[in-house]
Design a protein around this ligand. Structure first.
Ligand code: KDG
Ligand code: MG
Length: 402
């Protein structure tokens, strides 16, 4: 069997997605998600113009060799555009191999290590009362773990507060929105929110929270200490992690579990965090960190250091990525949890999939390959529409991490 070519499909069923479809001489095709929120066409062009010509006539079973060829064979390595493109190729190759051998991808990754994949959903509110209602709603849907975000009094635009309940979506049409942020107000408010949550819901429910890269290490240490009594499952992205050693300072001040990694694109972004045990969960994901092949290496390095996986799974990662994540999650030993933001019905219709949710767990299904397809005719009805993630400024106008 040989790779004969491929196509990059850009569509926007509710939001933008880039999908790679690799074709083979035996008529089997494989899919890979190549979506980089707000930078979609850069990856589409990199795949189309620079990567696809390199794949023709190669053996699609040579997954490791193709991965290394695309990574080491390009003088300019790493970065989100390159690594997302490599991830798309890698994911599509695993899909082809599974389909060709007639088995779900998880069987090629060592088989099932568990019966289901524990997931967390997103509850948020424009007030504390509405956040409580959203948590209750997610509990009724069967979720056993819930991330909670809430509007902060005095902060015009806190991170993670959606327009609707189930389909939070930060990217917006047109040029980037500018949001306004105040760390002081946020730090005052966050412990109050979690005190109320534990008072209303007790300690059985797993609660998570995302600080979305907005604090300094010492601010994060202060917050973590205040949140310890509320037993968070994790505090996510307290600090931008370019300076990995900054996480030492957080660890010196708090035992709150820390999760980091959704913006990382290779093991080099998290090596120090893992080997110094500065984090508890590594959140790298299939689509942005080099595909199933590279994610398994990150997990293997994390395992002896007691770091569990907790892959990013926001709506800007397509159902193709979600399917791939589930095959990874169900097979890897040191799995922790999987983020699961529901896609809209439009997205699900374009990407029919075998995975199902029940009772707080996702199940990848038993279809050969990844168990996800793209309805190209339907996709064509949703043309690409430029959209950006917001930007952020402090109240005095200084640019701040969003
Ligand atoms: O595209 C950016 C989103 O994926 C990100 O803001 C979501 O932080 C996020 C999360 O934890 O899901
Ligand atoms: Mg996050």
């Amino acid at each position: 069997m040989k790779i004969t070519g491929g196509r990059v499909i850009v569509c926007s069923p509710g939001r933008n997605f880039v999908t790679l479809k690799l074709e083979t001489s035996e008529g089997i095709h494989g899919l890979g998600d190549a979506t980089l929120n707000g930078r979609e066409l850069a990856v589409a062009s990199y795949l189309q113009d620079h990567v696809l010509p390199l794949l023709v006539d190669r053996d699609p079973f040579a997954i490791e060799d193709i991965w290394q060829y695309l990574y080491k064979g390009a003088y300019w390595r790493r970065g989100p555009v390159t690594m997302t493109a490599i991830a798309a190729v890698d994911t599509a190759l695993w899909d082809i191999k599974g389909k060709s051998l007639g088995t779900p991808v998880y069987n090629l990754l060592g088989g099932r290590s568990r019966t289901g994949v524990l997931v967390y959903g997103h509850a948020n509110g424009d007030s504390v009362d509405n956040a409580m209602r959203a948590v209750e709603h997610y509990r009724e849907l069967g979720y056993r773990a819930i991330r909670v975000q809430c509007a902060v009094p005095g902060v015009p635009s806190a991170y993670g507060v959606g327009k609707g309940d189930l389909y939070y979506e930060p990217a917006a049409r047109g040029l980037p929105q500018e949001q306004i942020w105040s760390t002081d107000e946020y730090l005052r408010f966050a412990p109050v929110l979690f005190e109320r949550l534990r008072t209303e819901f007790g300690f059985d429910l797993r609660l998570l929270h995302d600080a979305h890269h907005r604090l300094t290490p010492i601010e994060a240490g202060w917050l973590g200490k205040r949140l310890e009594d509320y037993r968070l499952f994790w505090l996510e992205d307290p600090v931008p992690a370019e300076l990995q050693e900054g996480y030492r300072l957080i660890r010196q001040h708090t035992t709150v579990p820390i999760a980091v990694g959704e913006v990382f694109d290779s093991v080099y972004d998290c090596l120090q965090l893992i080997t110094e045990q500065l984090i508890d969960y590594i959140r790298t994901t299939v689509v942005h960190a080099g595909g199933i092949t590279h994610l398994r290496k990150i997990a293997a390095i994390a395992e002896p250091y007691h770091v569990l996986t907790g892959s990013h799974g926001a709506t800007d990662l397509s159902p193709v990525c979600m399917a791939a994540a589930l095959h990874f999650d169900i097979s890897v030993h040191n799995f922790g949890i999987q983020e699961y933001m529901r896609h809209t019905p439009e997205t699900d219709a374009v990407f029919p999939h075998a995975y199902t949710f029940s009772d707080g767990y996702l199940h990848p299904g038993d279809e050969p390959g990844l168990g996800v397809e793209i309805d190209e005719e339907l996709a064509e009805r949703y043309p690409y529409r430029p959209a950006y993630l917001p930007t952020n400024r402090r109240v005095d106008g200084t640019v701040h991490s969003w």
